[in-house]
Design a protein around this ligand. Structure first.
Ligand code: OXD
Ligand code: MN
Length: 586
């Protein structure tokens, strides 16, 4: 039992409601990890993988109906609907608590309740915040151990304070009818029931570090963003930092761990974070970003030695794999791993699978949970208490047509507009249709804990306070040709775009003004060694082309998205007008 009476009183209330058989107070020790792992193996919540080939690695299968975030069952519970805004599902807090209380009542009978204190960001950092998650899932405890700094370290940081996020999770019956993920920003609380899938149940991640933290950040004058953070080192050894927002499953982890091709000798990419950035104004008037997490919860399919060597090296030990395929020798496999599929294996549903099977062996949203500290290119600054100084913000999406490889916004306000109107084709990371274009402002559509028009306003207001704001860019690695093939090779070659971005930040290269923003001069994208990939100056010209007619349709769609909001910041309306003028539309 802990000394902090706010935690112990809350645990008492929760156990009176949920009626667990036992309560385990998590301390984060190695002995505790061994005990819990043994228990999870006994109950089959985890399966042991080949300990010679994958030491410390385990496997978990979720329920078949529970494989992704469920945006339609995720709610922001604020006193008024207006506070949640038109892009969030809303429930009035009293009504939400009433529903949840019924669902949680007796839900832990016959089960063990775990109390997990954890930190976001490193102890003692000005960014650091404390959360406590109560859960009835050992899988959650073992994942939280990787994803956060968990146990005694968090209790030490909290002391006898009441300032912590209360996250309550129960598996319930795992049915969709009884599944709800509710956020109470005014109460610093999250209640999640009916799921065992990461994004719905590792409450530190999307629920705290984005939805609640974005709300806190507005009140406290900082930003909580769905962004990777990387350091780009040049041959002189100088490192510039970029924070980049992409919707789920658009390659944030790959970009954060990019391996430069041989032709880019002397350049290196250092990983600070792959999913979330907390950003504050530093004393020097720049923005500084910190990765609040301690691990990576990455999408497995498509991860290979070619697409993400560093992720593959990171996950060789101490990793939990979820919903991938398991081979007869108890190793893991997934589509796009870059190795031949096994003759036969067990698929993510637990069924026998052979090369002749039509179904995928791994679920498209299958995952690895792995410690950031194991990443071969983890930045030496990744746990720095003050974060890293950001030179550029990048907004990216998956657009088969339209968006050029890269362009730069004309100003902070224009950059906020570019972020606010970004769109991407949907992926398997959330339940629902895959491949349809949807507006996803700053990649935060499913993660903003309050009305997005106020979120845009907050970005604009913050911009006014920063003496040296980062420059803002848009990128698109996913443009396709008439045959539907990707034009840009992507992955490690993306470094060429990052180099242009940093050159712009350092005023080392000029650019061409276009209707949508500053475009690179095609010859300023370094193509050394790219001919073998079939990329020539002509390819770059094609990738940078702006189809005015298509952009006119695009602004119609942007406009109809923005119409959802009743009180947009004037700056965004003015940016839309300027874009219309530049495109010749009045
Ligand atoms: C994630 C997501 O898990 O964005 O990071 O879905
Ligand atoms: Mn994400």
């Amino acid at each position: 039992m802990y000394k902090n009476s706010y935690i112990t009183n809350w645990v008492k209330d929760v156990s009176d409601l949920t009626k667990p058989d036992n309560i385990v107070w998590i301390d984060g020790s190695a002995a505790e990890k061994s005990r819990l792992t043994a228990e999870a193996l006994r109950t089959n919540e985890l399966l042991e993988l080949n300990q010679e080939k994958l030491p410390g690695c385990y496997y978990h299968r979720t329920a078949i109906n529970d494989v992704a975030r469920v945006e339609h069952l995720t709610f922001i519970c604020t006193p008024t609907k207006a506070e949640a805004g038109p892009t969030n599902n809303w429930l009035e807090p009293k009504a939400a608590y009433q529903k949840l209380t019924k669902l949680f009542a007796g839900s832990m009978r016959g089960r063990t309740m775990y109390v997990i204190p954890y930190l976001m960001c490193s102890a003692g950092s000005p960014f650091c915040k404390v959360g406590v998650e109560i859960t009835d899932s050992i899988y959650v405890v073992l994942n939280m151990r990787i994803m956060t700094r968990m146990g005694q370290v968090a209790l030490d940081q909290l002391g006898d304070s009441n300032d912590f996020v209360r996250g309550l999770h129960a598996k319930g019956d795992l049915s969709e009818e009884h599944r709800m993920i509710c956020h109470f920003p005014q109460d610093n609380a999250i209640w999640s029931i009916g799921s065992g899938y990461g994004g719905n149940v590792l409450l530190s991640k999307k629920c705290f570090a984005l939805r609640l933290a974005s709300y806190m950040a507005r009140n406290e004058g900082w930003l909580a963003e769905h962004m990777l953070i990387l350091g780009l080192e040049n041959p002189k050894g100088e490192v510039s930092y970029i924070a980049a927002a992409f919707p789920s499953a658009c390659g944030k982890t790959n970009l954060a761990m990019l391996v430069p091709p041989l032709s880019q000798a002397g350049y290196k990419v250092w990983t600070v974070g792959d999913d979330i950035a907390w950003v504050r104004i530093g004393e020097d008037g720049r923005l500084w970003a910190s990765n609040p997490e301690a691990g990576f919860f990455g999408v497995a399919p498509g991860t290979s030695m070619k697409s993400n060597l560093n992720a593959m090296l990171t996950i060789q030990k101490n990793t939990i794999f979820t919903n991938v395929a398991v081979t007869p020798e108890k190793t893991v496999w997934w589509e796009g791993m870059g190795v031949e599929p096994p003759q036969n294996c067990t698929d993510w549903r637990g069924n026998p699978w052979t090369q002749a099977s039509k179904e995928k062996a791994a679920h498209p949203n299958s995952r690895f949970t792995t410690p950031a500290s194991q990443c071969p290119v983890i930045s030496k600054e990744w746990e720095s208490p003050h974060g890293v100084p950001i030179s550029a913000f990048v907004f990216g999406g998956r657009r088969a047509k339209l968006a050029p490889l890269v362009y730069q916004a004309y100003s902070w306000e224009h950059g906020v507009f570019v972020g606010a109107t970004m769109a991407s084709e949907t992926t398997a990371a959330a339940s629902g249709k895959v491949g349809v274009v949807r507006r996803d402002p700053m990649a935060m559509l499913p993660f903003c804990g309050y009305n997005m028009q106020d979120y845009f306003r907050h970005w604009l207001a913050l911009g006014k306070k920063i003496k040296n704001p980062p420059k803002i860019f848009s990128v698109n690695w996913f443009r396709t040709n008439a045959e539907g093939k990707f034009i840009w090779p992507g992955y490690g070659e993306n470094i060429r775009v990052l180099k242009w971005i940093i050159a712009r930040c350092n005023n080392e290269v000029s650019a061409v003004e276009s209707a949508i923003g500053y475009l690179p001069k095609p010859e300023d994208i370094d193509l050394t060694g790219l001919a073998a990939e079939g990329v020539t100056l002509e390819t770059i010209k094609e990738l940078l082309s702006v189809d005015t007619k298509a952009w006119v349709d695009e602004i119609k769609d942007q406009n109809s998205f923005l119409q959802k909001f009743d009180n947009l910041p004037a700056e965004l309306i003015s940016e839309l007008d300027k874009l219309k003028k530049r495109l010749g539309v009045f």
